[in-house]
Write a protein that binds this ligand. Structure first.
Ligand code: SF4
Ligand code: SF4
Length: 233
């Protein structure tokens, strides 16, 4: 075990090149629909696709990656990348460009979004090399990262956690449930997406999003530069 760890540190053989370069290894991402013919919208079970004239547009925050629209008779165009996140929020001030603390809050997730997040400190992704640290205390947190639809029981803890964080602070919603309430809400048990309660700076769609998509969003919140398609090895 000790030898393996030393060898891994010396060679960095299993470490992703992201964000220095794009990560294009197979299996890193399930990909996402980008556009396609109008008939493709009929197969979507979540309403993430909407026909507009002869084309179909994608509301990625509602997509659960069932891939029905990828393999149907009128397939959507599919892109295999991890640059999914979007948001209008400004990045943190420049002082946070090299290190942030992140408080992860499970507002009612099914377990899959959390399982993807748990990969981030592993040698493949090595979150800490980028100066990103998970903290249990909201008092130390610069970023609140929320997974899952906000259940009615977790609404107040979510608001309390955000209130306990010092400024400047940012909120990242991870997964279709946190982004929009997903297939669960709003309902008798679910209060809705995070944006219904808090100002969300960055959204990472996906069900669940792969670890690198979350990493990309955190780097965007830090104001770090990200690789472009032409940077591919
Ligand atoms: S992958 Fe599934 S949920 Fe996502 S847009 Fe296509 S059909 Fe809809
Ligand atoms: S987005 Fe998908 S994987 Fe994440 S909590 Fe919701 S159902 Fe689970």
């Amino acid at each position: 075990m000790r030898l393996w760890a030393l060898r891994g540190l010396r060679t960095q053989r299993d470490l992703t090149g992201f964000p220095r370069t794009l990560e294009l290894a197979p299996g890193m991402t399930p990909g996402r629909p980008v556009d396609g013919p109008a008939a493709a919208a009929d197969v979507c079970p979540t309403g993430a696709l909407r026909a507009e004239g002869a084309a179909t547009v994608v509301a990625l925050d509602h997509c659960v990656h069932c891939q029905r629209c990828r393999h149907g008779g009128q397939p959507m165009h599919w892109r295999e990348d991890i640059a999914w996140s979007h948001g209008e929020g400004a990045p943190l001030p420049r002082a946070f460009a090299h290190s942030i603390h992140v408080r992860v809050l499970d507002a009612g997730d099914c377990g899959a979004c959390l399982a993807e997040l748990q990969q981030l400190p592993a040698p493949q992704y090595s979150l800490h090399r980028l100066g990103i640290f998970i903290t249990a205390s909201p008092r130390e947190a610069d970023v609140l990262l929320v997974v899952g639809p906000v259940t009615r029981a977790m609404r107040q803890p979510l608001l309390d956690t955000y209130a306990a964080m010092p400024g400047p602070k940012r909120v990242v919603a991870v997964g279709a449930c946190a982004a929009s309430g997903g297939v669960f809400g709003p309902s008798f048990a679910c209060a809705g997406g995070v944006a219904d309660m808090l100002p969300v700076d960055r959204v990472v769609p996906g069900c669940p999003p792969p670890p690198l998509a979350v990493l990309e969003a955190l780097l965007a919140v830090m104001g770090r530069s990200l690789p472009r398609a032409e940077d591919a090895p």
